[in-house]
Design a protein around this ligand. Structure first.
Ligand code: PEP
Ligand code: MN
Length: 344
């Protein structure tokens, strides 16, 4: 339930509503907008007591939250959220490009890649230390050694880093070295992991599961927000369909829908979303056109030698071409629909 306070509500009246929500058995969540304050009653409690707040001083109206996800919904927070990752704002005016290899393989590979993608215009670095591989015989990542490399490369280049966390056991070590923790597609509904990440002071990049609906994806994000971590960025990385020519089917309408239903920033992953380096420029432009707040793209110094996902990775020249295809004019027009949408 949402209690919309009137524009003239006093601090005392807002506090009274917060107190009554607690008494009714719900958790109060306050959103202070530019014009008015919204107090949400989240969880389960005595609904009729919240409905009765219609009669409390300073209350404009009481409405039900239409969707099962509450804290991530735009009904509760109409203004778009901006997530700050080591000084880079995701969800603001600029399209954020995160680039780097699928896996961290060596110090040299990461340093070369970081400088190359930075030069081309990327503002964040990616690289997997713990890899979720379909086969147990495939490269599983360098683990702690990779985390140290990421941290060193971050210091050298100034690029904030994102890396995947697969297990609650690794959360602490990753938090020490990385700026953002990625929940991979296969772990989108790993509820123990989500609950743990809800308690950390680092932003989370939550990938959509390959067979998850948009509602399930947003409910996974709700675990993070309801546990206390509001620094969440959503990532569409393609879903399973009957298509066989591409690795996954990137669902760009879901990018627009997630941004419509939620205030959280949404980025797109055209590398996993297509599996084809030749499609990355076109799909990146399309993602930005539908409102994506950023892109995450796999780049490797020598894709044919990559230990994972080489077939879908761009080399430095290819990444440079993608960045030029994205171009400044598109960036500017792309930020306009987002602004109009936020104001409606
Ligand atoms: C990755 O980012 O390399 C990765 C494994 O992604 P996903 O979880 O989307 O498959
Ligand atoms: Mn990968």
């Amino acid at each position: 339930m949402i209690v919309n306070m009137s524009e003239r509500a006093t601090e005392h009246e807002i506090n009274h509503v917060i107190e009554r929500i607690r008494e009714a058995g719900y958790q109060p969540h306050v959103t202070r907008g530019t014009e008015r304050t919204i107090v949400a009653a989240v969880g389960s409690g005595r609904r009729h007591e919240i409905e009765a707040l219609q009669a409390a001083p300073g209350v404009d109206n009481v409405v039900a939250i239409a969707q099962p996800f509450k804290l991530v919904s735009r009904q509760l927070k109409p203004e778009r959220s901006i997530v700050n990752v080591g000084g880079v704002a995701i969800g603001g005016e600029n399209i954020v490009v995160i680039a780097g290899p699928c896996s961290v393989e060596s110090r040299e590979q990461m340093l070369n890649t970081a400088w190359a993608v930075k030069e081309a215009g990327a503002t964040m670095l990616r690289g997997g230390a713990y890899k979720p591989r379909t086969s147990p015989y495939d490269f599983q990542g360098l683990g702690l050694e990779a985390l140290k490399i990421l941290s060193e490369v971050r210091k050298a280049t100034g690029l904030p880093v994102v890396t995947e966390v697969m297990s609650t056991e690794d959360v602490e070590a990753i938090c020490e070295q990385a700026d953002m923790l990625q929940v991979g597609a296969r772990n989108m509904q790993n509820f123990a992991l989500l609950r743990r990440l809800a308690t950390v002071a680092k932003p989370v990049l939550l990938k959509r599961g390959p067979s998850a609906t948009v509602k399930e994806w947003l409910l996974a994000a709700e675990y993070l927000l309801s546990g206390g971590n509001h620094q969440v960025v959503l990532c569409e990385r393609g879903i399973k369909t009957f298509e066989t020519e591409m690795r996954n089917t990137i669902d760009l309408a879901a990018v627009a829908l997630a941004r419509d239903l939620s205030h959280l920033p949404v980025i797109a992953d055209p590398s996993h979303g297509t599996g084809k380096p030749g499609l990355i420029a076109a799909v990146s432009r399309a993602a930005v056109a539908v409102g994506a707040d950023g892109l995450i793209i796999e780049v490797h110094p020598c894709p044919e030698r990559a230990l994972s996902d080489g077939a879908q990775s761009l080399d430095f020249a290819g990444f440079g071409r993608v960045m030029r295809a994205l171009g400044e004019p598109l960036r500017q027009t792309a930020s306009k629909p987002a602004k109009v949408q936020a104001a409606s």
